[in-house]
Design a binder for this molecule. Structure first.
Ligand code: PMP
Length: 289
């Protein structure tokens, strides 16, 4: 299965029924397309089982709450639907994308209370998110865009509207030959990459930005637990960009990114060191256990 995402074989789960992949469509006057009234998840299945599936379903529904979309299903209903969608895909290692949005209906203005809430789940094969950077260390640009303050937008939701500046940052990064961009927050502290959280190593301790204005990723939380089990100190705090000069190692975490070593951020360089390799391997073992 490959090619354009709207032109593939298979089926997509749409509100309880499986629709042929090429027919899983929405109308151009879909509210979400105009006003970003949409939330989604990104999950990975390994050996036929979705890693931390329940946590992702819970986050999807919390994202609905954050952006005022009525919860369309319960966690159990989503779990059953995802399981079925994965089984229908015939894949054992796969990426799972549930999405909930305000559809087309009586409203076409900013308000959308009268429009139906729609849900879909697509499953496809997705290899390493950063390609061969997984081995060599990804090269990151520093984004001109800042993660917004919690007063500006529901920043803890995995909501489409939050990704506009991520897409723009990533385009700018790719134009410079980088795989991704690191974003600072509205105060100027180091925040996260466009679809992954960031970790640094210095003198045997791990430093990672405090998630007080961006997604506290499920992979981030998993990796922190793994580090603590290894008796490695993890310091969650505000990090100034200039501190990157003194950091020895760096990696990104995310469902798609898994644990991806970083070799360069702007002019700051990092080695793909022993701890980075170790945590990437430990994570890989855990998701397949
Ligand atoms: N930040 C952003 C902006 C993301 O899109 C993601 C991927 N969902 C993450 C962090 C990492 O989250 P998770 O580990 O839950 O995939």
């Amino acid at each position: 299965m490959a090619g354009a995402y709207d032109n593939r074989d298979g089926v997509i789960w749409m509100d309880g029924t499986f629709v042929p992949w090429r027919e899983a469509k929405v109308h151009v006057l879909t509210h979400a397309l105009h006003y970003a009234s949409s939330v989604f998840e990104g999950e990975r299945a390994y050996n036929g089982k979705i890693f931390k599936s329940r946590e992702h379903s819970e986050r999807l529904l919390k994202s609905c709450d954050y952006i005022d979309i009525p919860r369309p299903y319960t966690v159990d209903e989503l779990e059953a639907a995802k399981k079925e969608a994965l089984a229908k895909s015939g894949l054992s290692d796969a990426y799972v994308r549930p999405v909930v949005w305000r559809g087309s209906g009586e409203d076409m203005g900013v308000a959308s209370a009268r429009n139906p809430v729609k849900t879909a789940i697509a499953v496809w094969e997705w290899g390493a998110y950063y390609g061969d950077a997984k081995m060599q260390g990804a090269k990151l640009d520093i984004s001109a865009w800042k993660r917004p303050s919690p007063e500006t937008i529901p920043c803890f939701a995995k909501a489409s509207g939050l990704y506009m500046i991520c897409t723009m940052s990533k385009h700018a990064a790719e134009a410079k030959g980088c795989s991704d961009a690191l974003m600072m927050d509205y105060r100027g502290y180091v925040a996260e990459a466009t679809g992954a959280n960031v970790f640094f190593v210095k003198d045997g301790a791990v430093h990672t930005p405090k998630p007080d204005c961006f997604l506290n990723g499920i992979t981030r939380q998993t990796v922190i637990d793994l580090l603590k089990e290894k008796n490695i100190e993890v310091i969650e705090r505000h990090i100034e960009p200039s501190e990157m000069e003194g950091f020895e190692q760096c990696w990104l975490t995310g469902t798609a990114a898994e644990v991806t070593p970083v070799g360069k951020i702007g002019d700051f360089t990092f080695e793909v060191g022993a701890l980075t390799r170790d945590i990437a391997e430990t994570y890989e073992k855990l998701v397949r256990s």
